[in-house]
Each structure stands twice: as structure tokens, then as C-alpha cells.
Design a protein around this ligand. Structure first.
Ligand code: C5P
Length: 403
């Protein structure tokens, strides 16, 4: 990275383009140099003049600007930056990049760059969920592209759902993370956590899962990354965007989750937030099971490995801090205390799930450790994440520096 970090910001043609003007301002304020490229469609929403005034630099729009081709060239433009940011990244831009199309300045730069590319998608909720966009997303992720958002909320078109571009502050946070890591208090700490449900197949089309949305685990991952930790999030199937700066590993079954967790040891802290299925079908049918005339169906289940316990009791690579979650509908504190002992972890966050916690943004939780019970202040999943980050910092400081 050069002394002053440099970002090449490609603004795509979406209504969210106006937010990218605020992003330019925030970048400049943070001491990050920004050079702007506008696609043709973007110019229907913001003008090159506004972007130039805010960035304090020339704005680029045309692939065939011959002066630029001799002076600078699209290759150089794409490589002078430390990070390439696409905001808003429209469905069309994602599609072009996923397929290697280069028919204008923005797409040519994206193909020519040797730098990491961070996309902030923005589109209508149906466009986001369309299989084609999801396919492109998977391709881009596999190609190493980074994502921030999209967020869930009201859309300019009057619909509601996933597809809103992240707020400029969140994009800035993601940019800072990818430019050189956050300088937060957890810098240098490696944290592995699980989140979401698991999916245990019965046959090629059916399976057992649970109502975990993954929101609590994702909120914790986001907070820890914001505090500078090196976060690996091992996630069951959820409909959530990867938080900025977090490495996400996608798994389906408890066994896959177990393997992925153990592949990411050693770490300083392990947090088991996932709602892992305790059981899996012993025999998974290779074909879709047909309906029969029987009124009953018996399936033999076998125990899944307990991931949290296996990490807590690891003989060679036990993390210095292991935290579990316990969702209970009764005798919350008694069960949590028993779980702390039986699983061998250092702390348990006990959640009262008797009143609709799954899939919502809220929580009522207590932390149980050897010192006793601490009610977690606040009611949101973000409150739990804030509390845990501070707790981890305190505990690691007490435990001392890694050897
Ligand atoms: O025993 P119970 O499922 O209530 O424990 C919950 C805690 O244990 C959570 O932290 C969960 O992530 C973890 N767990 C696990 N592997 C399992 C079952 C639970 O890691 N097979």
C-alpha cells in the first residue's frame, strides 16, 4: 500500500449513486485518495462535475478518451489504486464482471485490475434474489471479489427487502478494513465463529433444519471485525450478506461445520453461535423418497459431533477463550451453568427463546461464566455483539498475549 491509501471508485447506474457522492466525501475526510469512474448509466444520476468537485480529481467516463489512453491508459488507472470499489454495483455490473465482459471503461478496468475489488450491490429485491444474480454473486465470491451489503429495507421502487446499497459509513468501514486492517483493539486476534442453522439431508431434496436466521452470529462477526479481529465465520445456510472484512466459509451439515471449524484452528477465540442439529439421518436416500401407503415413517437418527465441546476439549489446539450459546425456553440459568461445565467452555451466552427470538433483531441474554451471571444490557443482537466484543477484549487481556 502506498503512503496515502488510494481507492478507485466506480459508480454504477443506480438510484443509490447519490450515496456514493457522500462516500467520496467520507473517503477524503479519512485521508484516503479517491479517483472516480462513472459509467454511462451513472451519469443519469450524478454528474462528472459533482464527482470531480468532491474528489478533487479528474473523473473518468470514456474508454476511448485518447488523451487518457496515452497519458494513463485503463491498465494504469486500474492498478494505481490499492483497492477498487464498485458502488453501487448494479445487477448489470455484477453480471458483466462475473462473465468477464469489457465493453466500457468501468468493466474494462475491472477486468484489467490486479487489485482486490469490493462491491456494494444495489438493486431491486427481486433482481437481487433472481437466480442469475445469485449465480453471479457466487462466481464473483469464488473469484475473490469482496462484498459489503446489500442491506434490507425500503427500496426506491416501493418494495421492501434485501437490495439497498450499504450506507456510505458502512462502505467506508469495509474499505478501511480491506485497505490494511482495522486498528481496533482486537487487531492481531484470530477469532473463529459458527452461525446459522445446519441442514441435515434426508434425501436429495428434503432435510431437517431449524429456524436460526444467523443474525446473532453475523452481528458478532461484524462487530469483532470492526474491532480489528481477523474473523472467520463458518456459516450454515442463511440469507445474510457477509459482514465487511469477515472471511465466510459456507457449510450445510453439522459434520461439514465440524470439519471447517477444525481446519481453522488454532485461533485465539472460538464462539459457537450456530444452532447445530444434534442429530442427522443415519441413511441418506440417494433418490427422492416416494410417498407410500403407510401412515408412518421411521427414520433412524445418529448423533452429530458436538463442535463446541470438541473445540473446548481439544488437547493440542484449545483456543484461549471458548464461548458457547444456549437457547432455552425454561430454567435458563440452571441449564446454562450445567452446559458450561459439561461442554468445558469459558462462557455461555444464555438466550431466552420462549418469546420469538429466532429470525428477529432482538434478544434477552445473560452471560454465564465462572464468576457467575451477568445480564447483557440492551435487547438487540447488536447489543449482545457489543457486549461480547468488550468481554473478549477483557478476558484476553487477563489471559495475556499469545505465546
Ligand atoms: O447443547 P446445545 O445444543 O444446547 O448447545 C448449544 C451450544 O453448543 C451452541 O454454542 C452451539 O453452537 C453448540 N453446539 C455445537 N455442536 C453441536 C450442538 C451444539 O457446537 N452439535
Amino acid at each position: 500500500m502506498t503512503a496515502q491509501p488510494r481507492v478507485l471508485l466506480i459508480i454504477g447506474g443506480g438510484i443509490a449513486a447519490y450515496k456514493s457522492l457522500e462516500l467520496i466525501r467520507l473517503l477524503k475526510k479519512s485521508g484516503i485518495a479517491v479517483r472516480v469512474v462513472l459509467t454511462e448509466a451513472a451519469q443519469a444520476f450524478v454528474t462528472p462535475l459533482t464527482a470531480a468537485a468532491l474528489s478533487g480529481d479528474k473523473v473518468y467516463t470514456d474508454l476511448f478518451d485518447l488523451t487518457d489512453e496515452t497519458e494513463m491508459g485503463h491498465i494504469i488507472l486500474s492498478r494505481q489504486a490499492d483497492l477498487v470499489v464498485v458502488a453501487p454495483a448494479t445487477a448489470n455490473m455484477m453480471s458483466k464482471l462475473a462473465n468477464g465482459l469489457a465493453d466500457d471503461l468501468a468493466s474494462t478496468l475491472l477486468l484489467a485490475t490486479d487489485k482486490r475489488v469490493l462491491l456494494a450491490p444495489a438493486m431491486n429485491v427481486r433482481m437481487w434474489h433472481h437466480p442469475a444474480t445469485q449465480r453471479n454473486l457466487a462466481t464473483l465470491r469464488a473469484d475473490g471479489a469482496l462484498f459489503t451489503g446489500p442491506d434490507e429495507g425500503d427500496m426506491a421502487c416501493g418494495e421492501y427487502g434485501l437490495g439497498r446499497m450499504s450506507e456510505p459509513e458502512a462502505i467506508l468501514a469495509a474499505i478501511r478494513l480491506h485497505l490494511g486492517g482495522s486498528e481496533g483493539p482486537l487487531k492481531g486476534r484470530k477469532i473463529v465463529l459458527t452461525a446459522g442453522p445446519t441442514f441435515e439431508p434426508l434425501d436429495p431434496v428434503r432435510g431437517l433444519t431449524n429456524r436460526s436466521s444467523g443474525k446473532q452470529g453475523y452481528a458478532i462477526a461484524e462487530r469483532l471485525a470492526r474491532d480489528g479481529a481477523d474473523v472467520t465465520l463458518i456459516s450454515g445456510p442463511v440469507a445474510l450478506a457477509t459482514p465487511p472484512g469477515v472471511t465466510r466459509i459456507e457449510v450445510e451439515t453439522a459434520q461439514d461445520m465440524y470439519t471447517a471449524v477444525h481446519a481453522h484452528l488454532p485461533c485465539d477465540v472460538f464462539i459457537g453461535v450456530a444452532a447445530v442439529a444434534d442429530w442427522r439421518a443415519r441413511d441418506i436416500a440417494s433418490e427422492k423418497q416416494k410417498k407410500t401407503s403407510d401412515n408412518e415413517l421411521s427414520v433412524v437418527f445418529v448423533k452429530n459431533p458436538d463442535i463446541l465441546e470438541s473445540v473446548s476439549k481439544h488437547l493440542e489446539q484449545r483456543p484461549r477463550l471458548v464461548i458457547g450459546f444456549a437457547a432455552e425456553t425454561q430454567k435458563l440459568e440452571d441449564y446454562a451453568k450445567a452446559k458450561l461445565a459439561s461442554k468445558g467452555c469459558d462462557a455461555i451466552v444464555a438466550n431466552d427463546v420462549s418469546e420469538g427470538v429466532f429470525g428477529t433483531g432482538s434478544n434477552a441474554a445473560t452471560l454465564v461464566d465462572l464468576d457467575g451471571f451477568t445480564p447483557i444490557p440492551g435487547t438487540t443482537k447488536a447489543d449482545v455483539a457489543d457486549f461480547l466484543s468488550a468481554y473478549i477484549l477483557r478476558r484476553l487481556d487477563t489471559l495475556g498475549q499469545p505465546v
